[in-house]
Write a protein that binds this ligand. Structure first.
Ligand SMILES: [Zn+2]
Length: 225
């Protein structure tokens, strides 16, 4: 493996220290082979959509530690995603609004306010998502105004319309992303509101890249190469 004989930061040759670590001859950074290997193995599992629980069992690592690594990778996905968006934002694009509601909540009226509302932009086959403010804060206002029913009806109508888009435009990249997102988020039941953005960005990032690209980008970002 490349990083065992070369420095991962500057590609110059490394010295092997007595404690097992490597020290770069040029930039003098010290690295541990085990740590680098562990990180890259975890990035690999993350990119292949292995769950933190499964990964921790397979690699005999603590679940909490794997979870922390995965959380870090998820935030790196969103950093890379924003950077890629900066490169694309001048291009013409199409966009659609989407409401995501967990399957178990889909038939509950009051759960309408738990929906995650986001915009999806398609820049020439490159997806970018923008999470809109939570609907929760409107709930109290609508209840006070007695307008909750009207709101729910409008929402239902909207959901019917978005289903129509799904039926008619199979090859629409935005719809393809929504289907992908719904499928990928499924194993993560009950994602907390604060964490939703990170899952959205994770799947946006994974949708835009092959697994090989995703792995390389995350390694670069993690080690600040
Ligand atoms: Zn170096």
């Amino acid at each position: 493996m490349l990083w065992l004989i070369e420095c991962i930061y500057c590609n110059n040759f490394v010295y092997h220290l007595k404690d097992g670590r490597l020290k770069c001859s040029k930039c003098h950074k010290k690295t541990s082979k085990e740590k680098i290997n562990k990180t890259i193995t975890l990035i690999d599992a993350f990119v292949h959509n292995e769950t933190a629980l499964h990964t921790s069992k397979r690699l005999q690592l603590s679940y909490v530690s794997v979870q922390n690594y995965f959380r870090t990778f998820r935030s790196l996905c969103s950093i890379i995603s924003e950077r890629e968006y900066e490169m694309k934002r001048h291009l013409p694009c199409e966009f659609e609004e989407y409401f995501y509601l967990e399957n178990t909540k889909k038939n509950k009226r009051e759960a309408t306010f738990d929906a995650q509302n986001f915009l999806t932009f398609d820049y020439h086959q490159h997806i970018y998502t923008l999470l809109l403010p939570s609907l929760q804060k409107y709930k109290t206002q609508l209840l006070e105004d007695n307008a909750e029913g009207v709101y729910i009806e409008t929402f239902k109508k909207f959901k019917r319309e978005s289903r129509l888009i799904k039926v008619h435009q199979y090859d629409n990249n935005i719809v393809k992303f929504w289907n992908y997102f719904e499928e990928q988020i499924l194993p993560y039941k009950g994602v907390k509101n604060e964490a939703f953005i990170y899952f959205l960005k994770e799947f946006e990032f994974k949708y835009n890249h092959t697994q090989k690209e995703a792995k390389e980008l995350l390694i670069k970002e993690y080690f600040q190469l």
